[in-house]
Write a protein that binds this ligand. Structure first.
Ligand SMILES: Cc1cc2nc3c(=O)[nH]c(=O)nc-3n(C[C@H](O)[C@H](O)[C@H](O)COP(=O)(O)OP(=O)(O)OC[C@H]3O[C@@H](n4cnc5c(N)ncnc54)[C@H](O)[C@@H]3O)c2cc1C
Length: 309
């Protein structure tokens, strides 16, 4: 999500490469909703209740409680808290920076992508861009506020690991490329051209497709400000001081109110660590519990967890 000349990008690349080679990049069998369902089941075992479809516009709407954990970015925290936040913390939240957006396309295909490179036919995730110089140029263009003609494209083909994702013989595929923040440009033709470049015949397999511009992405999930799926620019400063330089980045100055989103350290990704660390902070400061039980023991005892492919 950053120009390749900026400081932490090599570190992030190295980390993801090591993870890819040591444990792989998992897909959840049956689709990512299975993971949500497993989390909800664990919540219910702990006698928790989940309520969805309720858009929160102010902290005042929330029922009284010892702790509130907000899965939002600093911009929404400011809106939710209104004038209850002031001083240095408010200014720090206002200074929080967001990064580039994405344009994403979902495809239904009549068969597997005919990648020229046989290795790509087995990979769950394929990063397309040509040479290093081409990828660097594309990312530099996005950082300069332009839409690259030959974008770097991230392609996920879960069907290579999980055949249940599509009817027999078919394939599902999604791909995105980076675009300037707030873009409403549909990059589908450029994304398709990049895939076709490395997999001639790809276009003939497309049964259906639907795209989401960066602006659509924010409308779908307001945590993606300007289409930024990282919930905030991950430059060197915001990698370590996220969302602001604080000993406990999850606590806000409002009593019992915590931030638990990817706008906190250790940042974006589906690792769940931001939520875990925020929960530990809430247990410590709002409930006086510092000895935390092994949360995994609370997991529902109803058969195996959804398999990661
Ligand atoms: C297309 C795509 C591909 C990605 N690929 C990867 C990947 O391969 N690997 C990886 O590790 N990460 C990936 N990510 C990033 C990862 O999904 C995010 O970093 C992660 O989901 C952030 O988690 P979060 O809980 O902070 O926020 P979110 O997952 O965005 O959840 C926040 C939730 O809060 C809701 N919400 C916000 N405000 C309110 C409100 N006022 N009232 C009620 N509800 C509200 C939102 O609707 C949303 O459901 C990807 C993201 C996208 C979009």
């Amino acid at each position: 999500m950053r120009p390749l000349t900026s400081a932490p990008t090599a570190g992030v690349g190295l980390l993801l490469t090591v993870l890819g080679h040591s444990v792989g990049w998992p897909f959840v069998e049956g689709g990512s909703a299975q993971l949500t369902d497993a989390l909800v089941a664990a919540l219910e075992v702990g006698r928790g209740q989940l309520q969805t479809g309720w858009w929160i516009r102010s902290l005042a709407e929330l029922p009284p409680s010892k702790a509130v954990l907000l899965d939002v970015t600093p911009r929404q925290l400011l809106a939710l808290a209104g004038d209850r936040l002031s001083g240095g913390y408010r200014r720090a939240m206002e200074r929080f920076r967001y990064g580039a957006g994405i344009c994403k396309v979902d495809f239904a295909l009549s068969g597997p992508v005919p990648w020229t490179n046989p290795g790509c036919r087995q990979a769950g995730t394929v990063h397309l861009g040509g040479t290093f110089e081409e990828v660097a140029r594309a990312e530099a263009e996005v950082a300069a506020g332009r839409h690259p003609e030959f974008p770097y494209v991230l392609v996920a083909q879960a069907g290579t690991a999980d055949p249940s994702r599509a009817p027999l013989g078919g394939q599902t595929l999604w791909a995105y490329c980076h675009v300037p923040s707030g873009s409403d440009v549909d990059m589908t033709p450029r994304i398709e051209a990049q895939i076709e470049r490395f997999a001639p015949g790809f276009r003939d397999l497309v049964l259906a497709k639907v795209h989401r511009t960066a602006r659509d992405q924010e409308a779908y999930d307001p945590n993606c400000v300007g289409g930024d799926i990282a919930s905030g620019a991950q430059d060197l400063w915001q990698t370590f001081c996220r969302p602001a330089p604080r000993w406990d980045p999850y606590r806000t100055p409002l009593p019992g109110v915590y931030l638990c989103s990817a706008s906190t350290t250790p940042g974006p990704g589906v690792h769940g660590r931001c939520g875990e660390l925020a929960a530990l902070s809430a247990l410590r400061h709002s409930f006086g519990i510092s000895e935390v039980p092994d949360l995994r023991r609370l997991a529902p005892n109803q058969g195996p967890a959804p398999a990661a492919c």
